[in-house]
Design a protein around this ligand. Structure first.
Ligand code: 13P
Ligand code: SF4
Length: 355
């Protein structure tokens, strides 16, 4: 989704009023005004520095509503990154996302405001692990979640995101895929496509079962924490609550929810439902961003989220770090060309298969 071309030309007073209106349900005015000062400084620098800012749906509300030129889920941001014409892409997200932008658009300089923005899924698997799996299951195509680093993507046949994984697998039209590294996403997509997941440590079953995903035991450290009990407790308090869970949650959580989809799919579904109470099982900042949007449009439905469960990596990206990133042109994301070319094939194939 495109946000605000007009934002880059707003005066400080316009920026302040815009954010005061948008964020008033989330924080006190003095805090919004402090943030507005930083937002204004960042936006003033964009044009002169030939910068476009891409922001993931998990960015904190002042960055999401005030700074990002484009916001979206991992797939949408890949598409924006691929077509960006500015010299600098400042990526408000985590490292594997910024790396994907560089892989797809190598002539741009991609900046990530913090080098501490990792991801538990991306660090759960190495390129050598993938080579070992390919050796163990020769000829089986490797479908890799976008939440991985470039060298892993370079060993991959086709990438996927939470919004297109089932489509990609169906379009491959094969009985077996190596689906890595998220154990829970594999189980959720397998269930959607009517197959089973086995792991390389249960080899006998792999031989016996025809249609199968060969999985890996990586997990998102955020979504693995949600439980069906969380949902039952909220339903006990609000019997008509509409529950949305990201597919990185366990199978049991997704089954107990009313909807599961990518971050952008969840945002769209919130707009569609008429439920008075909505529970989001995903990074809390996304709930804040939805509340801010609803506040602006006079929508008084209540968005519930479990904010004790946070992504520590996404939280590394702050207004201060973003300002510094543009001022100092830091931190540049680079990918060795030999790896980039092979990784690009797997992402481009995903973009083709999910068109
Ligand atoms: P989306 O592709 O749904 O935006 O997910 C990215 C992510 O990291 C979720 O934890
Ligand atoms: Fe990675 Fe989970 Fe954070 Fe997403 S929410 S970036 S999958 S650790």
């Amino acid at each position: 989704m495109r946000l605000h071309d007009q934002f880059n030309t707003k005066s400080f007073d316009e920026t302040k009023s815009f954010l005061l209106k948008k964020l008033s349900k989330l924080m006190p005015d003095f805090e919004i005004i402090e943030k507005a000062e930083l937002v204004y400084k960042i936006n003033s620098l964009k044009a002169d520095n030939d910068v476009v800012v891409l922001g993931h749906n998990y960015m904190e509300p002042a960055l999401y509503h005030g700074v990002a030129d484009f916001v979206g889920d991992s797939l949408e941001l890949c598409r924006y990154a691929q077509s960006a014409s500015q010299k600098y892409i400042v990526y408000l997200g985590v490292e594997f996302m910024a790396e994907s932008a560089k892989i797809l658009n190598p002539d741009r300089t991609v900046l990530l405001p913090s080098l501490k923005a990792g991801c538990s899924l991306a660090s759960s698997i190495t390129a050598q692990d993938v080579r070992n799996l390919k050796k163990k299951y020769p000829g089986v195509p490797v479908v890799t979640y976008i939440n991985t680093y470039a060298d892993v993507k370079a060993e991959t046949d086709v990438c996927c995101t939470s919004s297109n994984a089932a489509t990609i697998v169906r379009r491959l039209g094969v009985d077996r895929v190596i689906f890595i590294p998220d154990e829970y996403l594999a189980q959720n997509v397998a269930s959607e496509t009517g197959v089973e997941v086995i792991f390389s440590d249960s080899d006998a079953k792999a031989q016996a079962t025809e249609k199968v995903f060969i999985g890996w035991r990586g997990r998102c450290e955020v979504h693995e924490k949600f439980t069906p009990e969380d949902i039952h407790r909220v339903r006990a308090q609000y019997p008509e609550v509409f529950v949305l869970a990201h597919p990185e949650c366990s199978r049991e959580v997704v089954e107990a929810a009313d909807f599961s989809g990518s971050t952008s799919a969840m945002i769209k579904e919130v707009k569609k439902t008429s439920a008075k109470h909505i529970l989001l099982l995903t990074e809390c900042a996304m709930g804040d961003n939805i509340i801010a949007e609803m506040n602006d449009t006079g929508d008084d439905r209540e968005v519930l989220r479990l904010c004790s469960v946070r992504c520590p990596h996404m939280a590394q990206i702050t207004l201060e770090q973003t300002l510094e990133s543009i001022q100092k042109k830091q931190y540049e994301i680079t990918v060795p060309e030999e790896i980039r070319v092979r990784a690009a094939r797997s992402i481009e194939r995903m973009l083709e298969l999910s068109r």
